[in-house]
Design a protein around this ligand. Structure first.
Ligand SMILES: O=C(O)C1=C[C@@H](OP(=O)(O)O)[C@@H](O)[C@H](O)C1
Ligand SMILES: C=C(OP(=O)(O)O)C(=O)O
Length: 408
């Protein structure tokens, strides 16, 4: 990839939120109707949609999509299916015991078809062990993945007396839990957040229409481009809302410190370059998917950034901490654990001069490093990984003026 020079200007098309899309699809299936506008073209969403239309399949392949594996496990279990859930080799390294254990307590017969605690899974039906007059009470760890909690909440209204989830540990990715509750409420469910306990009342979902918002995690790469662009760089991103259910809207505040101003319009935002802070401190517990974007931008700008709340990064598409450390080192930056679970990114003489970035089957590695092409020639290996969440990413970069060449 190369940038011809000059400030970056234009309108970029974002994908729709895959998190909203994949929740809406599960809830729509349970509600038995409703129109979903603007569903994401991300592979994770297209896959969810395909799998939900062929429900008698002997096997469901969630590929590398965490939401698909976790949400479908709960959905297929609660709807009494006998089937298998499989995925990629990496999916078999991403834990699922917290969800399986909770579903077993609700009455699901689930077996591990491979290693205990991990997919693949065999679902052998649902044998409700629940009293019809008392809500099911479950204690669930919140410090591994919020997707287990979202998966359980979404099936809550279908249980005879509803569900009470007691959360333990440091609950990460909280905004994703709130997004689940908001979408459930949009489809007529009653759920309440009582602090450490989440309560879902029994009762059928009502079919409803919903228009999915654009994806704030995908927007973060355009923020990165403006932050690294020349003076005068500006980008318009349609489809983002000022009042969003997506926690990754936190990128607005983070990038304000890294030199990008955001102006909201009725249907989108405009990003412009501005002055940046001298150092940044950020907790990513609520927005783990932004960590790679921020680490790369800060390194390239030479702004030290102290990052906490990165625990869940080790069990995503790849070990994202190790991947960041390895790839940033190629440019002369370090990401050291200076105190337990506190990582500081520093760079002295950051140079982009033809490096090859490994992406480790992780869409966010590809998209987080791509903006560095503004600073020099760059090769991103395995570029097709972006299809997981943002299939048009490279095309949109070309439209913005980058020379993007596919090799091999
Ligand atoms: O519920 C969701 O849509 C997601 C929750 C987060 O995962 P964790 O809860 O595992 O942190 C996030 O990283 C992922 O991209 C999408
Ligand atoms: C972690 C991600 O997705 P998932 O967990 O759904 O695979 C992601 O999109 O960054």
């Amino acid at each position: 990839m190369r940038w011809p020079g000059g400030p970056l200007r234009g309108i970029a098309q974002l994908p729709s939120s895959k998190s909203e899309s994949n929740r809406a699809l599960i809830i729509q299936a349970l509600a038995g109707g409703g129109e979903l506008e603007n569903l994401s073209d991300a592979n994770d969403t297209q896959l969810m949609q395909r799998l939900l239309t062929d429900q008698q399949a002997p096997e469901f392949n969630a590929e590398d999509a965490g939401t698909v594996m976790r949400f479908l496990t709960a959905y297929l279990a609660a709807t009494g299916r006998t089937t298998q859930l499989v995925g990629t080799a990496r999916m078999y390294e991403r834990p699922i015991a917290v969800l399986v254990e909770a579903l077993r307590q609700l009455g699901a017969d689930i077996e591990y078809a491979g290693q205990d605690g991990y997919p693949p899974l065999r679902l052998n039906g649902w044998h409700p062990a629940l009293a019809a007059d008392e809500p099911a009470e479950l204690t669930v760890r919140g410090d591994i993945s919020s997707q287990y909690i979202s998966a359980l909440l979404m099936i809550g209204p279908t249980l005879p007396a509803g569900l009470r989830l007691w959360l333990t540990g440091k609950v990460g990715s909280r905004p994703y839990i709130r997004m689940t509750q908001s979408l459930m409420q949009h489809f007529g469910a009653t759920c309440r957040d009582l602090g450490t306990v989440l309560e879902v009342r029994p009762g059928a979902y009502q079919p409803a229409d919903y228009t999915i918002e654009s994806d704030w995690s995908a927007a973060s790469y355009w923020y990165a481009l403006v932050a690294l662009g020349e003076e005068g760089s500006t980008i318009i991103l349609p489809g983002l809302r000022e009042h969003s259910w997506q926690g990754d809207q936190a990128i607005v505040g983070i990038m304000d410190q890294l030199g990008v101003a955001t102006e909201f319009f009725p249907d989108g935002v405009q990003l412009t370059r501005k002055a940046s802070a001298a150092a940044v401190e950020q907790d990513f517990s609520d927005c783990p998917d932004l960590a790679q974007t921020v680490a790369v931008v800060a390194a390239a700008l030479g702004i030290p950034v102290a990052m906490t709340g990165l625990e869940s990064l080790r069990i995503k598409e790849t070990d994202r901490i190790l991947a960041l450390q390895t790839e940033l080192a190629k440019f002369g930056a370090t990401m050291a654990e200076e105190a337990p679970e506190r990582f500081v990114v520093r760079s002295a003489n950051f140079q982009v001069n033809g490096q090859q970035v490994e992406t480790y089957h992780d869409h966010r590695m590809a998209m987080a490093f791509a903006p560095l092409a503004l600073r020099g020639p760059l090769t991103v290996l395995g570029p097709q990984v972006v299809r997981k969440s943002y299939p048009r990413f490279w095309k949109e970069l070309e439209r913005a003026g980058f020379a993007v060449q596919e090799q091999g």
